[in-house]
Design a protein around this ligand. Sequence first.
Ligand SMILES: [Zn+2]
Length: 313
Amino acid sequence: MTARHVLAIDIGGTKLAAGVVAEDGRQLSRGRVPTDVAKGPESAVERLVALCRDVIAQAGVPISLIGIGCGGPLDPVRGVTLTPPSLPGWEEFPLVARVQDALGVKAWLDNDANAAALGEHRFGAGRGYQHLVYFTVSTGVGGGVILDGRLYPGSTGNAAELGHIQVSYDGWPCPCGGQGCVEAFASGTYIAARARVTASPRLIALAGSRDAITTEHVVAAVRAGDVEAKKVWDDSVRVLAAGVASAINAFNPQRVIVGGGVTSAGPLLFEPLSRLALGRTMKSLAVGVDVVPAELGDQVGVMGAAAVALSHL
Ligand SMILES: [Zn+2]
């Protein structure tokens, strides 16, 4: 049987990436262009379609399906972006129709966290597992859940907003309208924001100024023994662990995979996260579960989008 190939498209607030991927995960071609979000969606799609034609020509194979991963919220059934915070001006934009019309191939859309969960399941740390929970911890906290080997979409395709698991009753406000959400405390954005408030002279010196502090600076300060930075980091990991434990209690997975920029902290994150999360999970559900880093790294966008397409082949 001849291998089938899909076109994978990853749409983010700063870049548009595309690649041709075989069923076994081999990438035949890939490329990227800036999103230039200020120019609006029509302009971005024009550049995206040109990029897609390029990568298809480079690969030199027929394309069976197109998979698109994009920042949410979106409507995967209608193929429309809703109000993605990373893509201002893309409200109710008919992304799937535009891409299909331009390239003449059927396209499927999912949000970037669901796409990443599918990518890790097919090509990464979730290979061979039937029940997975995926968290991404970067500027926000997102998630995706694989049950019985398939992504669980929910009634409108928006299930598994794991960043908005509420871990503190009457807790801190979250832009989603909830309170005490994991994201509004443990995302890269909020870790940095909290660290700026209590920053030691050492952390400020590491970043250059208080306003320039990022999560990477916080991690570097923790490694250097900074007490204030460690307090911010430890609290963030505890909140994230409460979210992971809640997700394990809800879904009974075999494995929890954690990806996203904040995971570059490595064992400084994973050792306490795994210990604290499993320590507060119900005993009957904690048996045999592990909490592991994602494997796809900076390939997750394109490989996730490829997995979206392949899940429909
Ligand atoms: Zn929230």
